[in-house]
Design a protein around this ligand. Structure first.
Ligand SMILES: Cc1cc2nc3c(=O)[nH]c(=O)nc-3n(C[C@H](O)[C@H](O)[C@H](O)COP(=O)(O)OP(=O)(O)OC[C@H]3O[C@@H](n4cnc5c(N)ncnc54)[C@H](O)[C@@H]3O)c2cc1C
Length: 472
């Protein structure tokens, strides 16, 4: 864009949000132009930070009229590049950072209304202050925002008991491309008055509207919690343990995470202070957490469950957290699993899901397919087994050239996704499509469903100003 035209635009944007909130300082902008994995590095005319829904409405109206492309951004923790502008330098980032007010907590209705820029951790804390639980939980929760969580339909470690972001939303306030505001901050548990519009915007990754606020479901806070780290022979044993745990406590299984030995080795090698909770190595591990409303010795129930599992040959060894510090140490092993892959060189990621019952077979077949394709590649398959969601990552062979390995990203994807397809799975379980999986979506999604998605996009954003080049 020519200098004079750019200046005019910046001045007009400043009229809407105030000059202090049109950020062009390259040093401040830089952190918002690159995502965590370093896969995408964009440019932007400016980052604009509205402070109220009304300002977002005026901003989008202006952008729609002037065909100025808008990239919504929350905490910039997204893993598929959806929040990063393109290389043109002509797009603006619409940051929700200043929309960070908890508008209301209603413990009797078990509902909380928060603005989109509230971080997930702040939303959890607001619920806790009212003696309630907001159960969405991700390793990025200190930085990611409710708007980002809903726009990506985030999952995380509580889905097995409480569902994903979509399941936790009662209503949304959304600003449309033309500046109209859908005021849908419903606190209702029942409302069958036509199409459920909120579900259009959840998981839309900022391509259909900007979420400015949300009403979210709260739950009673569990009074008891017990956590164990169990060594198991294979993922099939993990499935048996999950079934047994549900026999014992029903919906009380609040997390159920699978970890491979190679992933634990990476964490022990690279995460300072980490320690193997068990005295000898096992091929696989489960991190299991139980929750209950009744206060009391849930550890005893967990110990009984693990004893039964050992008797049946499902679990080889296990440690139950005796203190909060121990529980946190178990969780850190799981949370450090992504970061610990970085010092091991290139890692090709697959965030996939298959039916829960098929996870063990999927891991075995996909691992075999990878070994066949690249014999020394190191499969690190871990994640939310209770939801059938596996982060099927592949680390480069030791001493291989990182760039040459990463050049084979698409080929590796094809190998793994062929197995996903055989099991009727999804190529994006919880991270979304963004830029990273856009071509993959076009290749794998049902063509009739893709057509409807395009029609919806054209109806809601006819000028294509909302996050162009993402998802579709
Ligand atoms: C260490 C780590 C662990 C993670 N663990 C998980 C996990 O367990 N499960 C999981 O699902 N994800 C996980 N993620 C991914 C990421 O944290 C989630 O996708 C999160 O929901 C993104 O929130 P954000 O505020 O950072 O959004 P951003 O990264 O800023 O944006 C993500 C997308 O949403 C759009 N967007 C953001 N805000 C709005 C809005 N208000 N209105 C419209 N569109 C908007 C953006 O344009 C972009 O397309 C993890 C990431 C990291 C770094």
């Amino acid at each position: 864009m020519k200098d004079a035209a750019a200046k005019k635009r910046l001045a007009e944007l400043a009229e809407i949000v105030g000059p202090a909130h049109v950020v062009t300082d390259p040093q401040v902008l830089e952190g918002h132009l690159v995502e965590r994995r370093g896969l995408y590095h964009g440019r932007a005319l400016a980052m604009v930070r509205p402070g109220a829904t009304e300002e977002i409405a005026r901003l989008l109206h202006y952008c729609n009229e002037t065909r100025l492309a808008v990239v919504p951004q929350g905490g910039n923790t997204g893993l598929v590049g959806g929040q990063i502008p393109d290389q043109s330098g002509a797009e603006i980032i619409l940051s929700l950072q200043r929309m960070n007010t908890v508008r209301e907590v209603d413990p009797l209705s078990n509902v909380m209304v928060v603005e989109a820029g509230v971080t997930l951790a702040a939303a959890q804390e607001a619920a806790e202050r009212a003696d309630r639980l907001f159960p969405l939980s991700l390793a990025s929760e200190g930085t990611c925002t409710i708007g980002g969580n809903l726009s990506t339909n985030a999952g995380g470690v509580g889905v097995v008991a409480y569902g994903n972001a979509r399941d936790l939303a009662l209503g949304l306030e959304v600003v449309l491309a033309n500046g109209a505001v859908i005021s849908g901050l419903s606190k209702l548990r029942k409302d069958n008055t036509g199409y459920d519009l909120k579900d259009l915007f959840i998981g839309a990754e900022g391509t259909l509207g900007v979420i400015s606020a949300a009403s979210l479901k709260l739950f009673p806070r569990p009074r008891a919690m017990a956590t164990a780290f169990a060594g198991i022979p294979d993922p099939a044993a993990a499935l048996k343990l999950l079934a047994l745990a549900r026999d014992f406590v029903g919906h009380g299984v609040s997390s159920f995470e699978l970890l491979p030995r190679i992933g634990l080795d990476f964490v022990l090698r690279h995460a300072p202070g980490s320690r193997d909770p068990l005295s000898s190595p096992h091929p696989w591990y489960v991190l299991i957490e139980l929750s209950a409303q009744q206060s009391g010795r849930l550890e005893d129930t967990l110990a009984e469950l693990l004893a039964a599992a050992m008797e049946q040959g499902i679990v080889a060894d296990a440690a139950i957290a005796a203190t909060l510090d121990q529980r946190n140490a178990f969780w850190r092993l799981r949370e450090d699993m992504s970061d610990a892959q970085r010092p091991e060189g290139g890692s090709i990621k697959h965030d996939v899901s298959v039916p829960v019952s098929a996870t063990a077979a999927f891991i075995a077949e996909a691992s075999a397919a990878v070994q066949n394709f690249m014999p020394d590649a190191r499969v690190v398959a871990f994640g939310h087994l209770g939801d059938g969601n596996i982060h099927f990552n592949v680390s480069q062979p030791v001493d291989a050239d990182k760039a040459a390995f990463l050049d084979r990203w698409r080929e590796m994807n094809a190998v793994v996704h062929a197995v996903v397809k055989r099991y009727g799975g999804s190529i994006s379980a919880e991270h979304g499509i963004g830029q990273l999986k856009r071509a993959l979506l076009a290749e794998t999604k049902d063509p009739a469903a893709l057509d409807v998605m395009r029609l919806i996009k054209a109806a809601l954003d006819p000028n294509g100003v909302l996050n162009p080049g993402k998802v579709l």
